[in-house]
Design a protein around this ligand. Structure first.
Ligand SMILES: Cc1cc2nc3c(=O)[nH]c(=O)nc-3n(C[C@H](O)[C@H](O)[C@H](O)COP(=O)(O)O)c2cc1C
Length: 213
């Protein structure tokens, strides 16, 4: 039984990646973590070239991920909240699962999934998008977890003076950016505990599945 963890954030080692890794950390079995940061993955172009053989013909980095997706028994998919939707790179990645839908459509249908989200204020929109994706593709969602990530305004250099950024919005004008107010997953032990519990649940479900087959 193998679990594939994917972080769809274009930023490496940030909250989405950390939270996906926390879920993977309590899984008793083989896991692999992949960050989509730096990968070139475009949208589905609706060409239908995958209809005959369930293989997408678009030539980009999704090619190297196809086999891993096909071989995994479960997915822990994480995305960031960009404008109350999952971020574009994650969206492109999920769109490309269209290649698995045809013929008997058994490549991902019937497998298990966990939805993970990060957001400057909330990761829930990304989680909800992933859950809808799971439902559409007949992947059973066994758990979800969302945490607060670091909005770019904390680190862009203009956060203390920018009138439209997160610092003004969350804390009010004149706020100084200190370590204390910068969000970090380590300051959200409840979310880490939630992620661990979901990992254990997924692990148990996979063991039960393996025992029955
Ligand atoms: C283009 C863009 C749009 C964003 N929109 C939102 C938003 O609508 N709501 C929110 O809570 N955070 C928003 N954020 C903040 C990110 O969700 C936050 O930085 C999150 O931690 C990103 O995940 P990561 O840390 O794994 O990269 C936005 C960030 C970017 C770059």
């Amino acid at each position: 039984m193998k679990v594939l963890g994917i972080s769809g954030s274009p930023r490496r080692d940030q909250t989405t990646s950390k939270l996906v890794k926390e879920v993977l950390s309590t899984i008793d079995g083989e896991t692999e973590f992949i960050s989509l940061a730096g990968k070139r993955i475009g949208p589905c172009i609706g060409c239908l070239s995958c209809v005959e053989d369930n293989i997408c013909k678009v030539d980009d980095d999704m090619k190297e991920l196809r086999q891993k997706i096909a071989e995994a028994d479960a997915y822990v998919i994480g995305a960031a909240n960009y404008f109350s939707m999952l971020n574009g790179l994650s969206h492109c990645f999920l769109e490309r699962f269209y290649q698995f839908r045809h013929i008997e459509g058994k490549t991902v249908a019937g497998k298990l999934g966990v939805a993970v989200g990060a957001g400057g204020s909330s990761g829930d929109p990304a989680v909800n998008n992933i859950k809808t994706f799971f439902q559409y593709n007949q992947i059973e969602c066994v758990g979800e977890v969302a945490a607060q990530g670091v909005a770019c305004c904390f680190v862009c250099g203009y956060g203390e003076t920018c009138k439209v950024g997160a610092i003004h919005r969350f804390f009010g004008p004149g706020t100084k950016i200190t370590d204390e107010i910068i969000p970090d997953l380590s300051k959200q032990p409840d979310k880490i505990a939630e992620a661990h519990a979901i990992g254990r649940k997924l692990s148990d479900r996979l063991k039960a599945f393996a025992a029955a087959t």
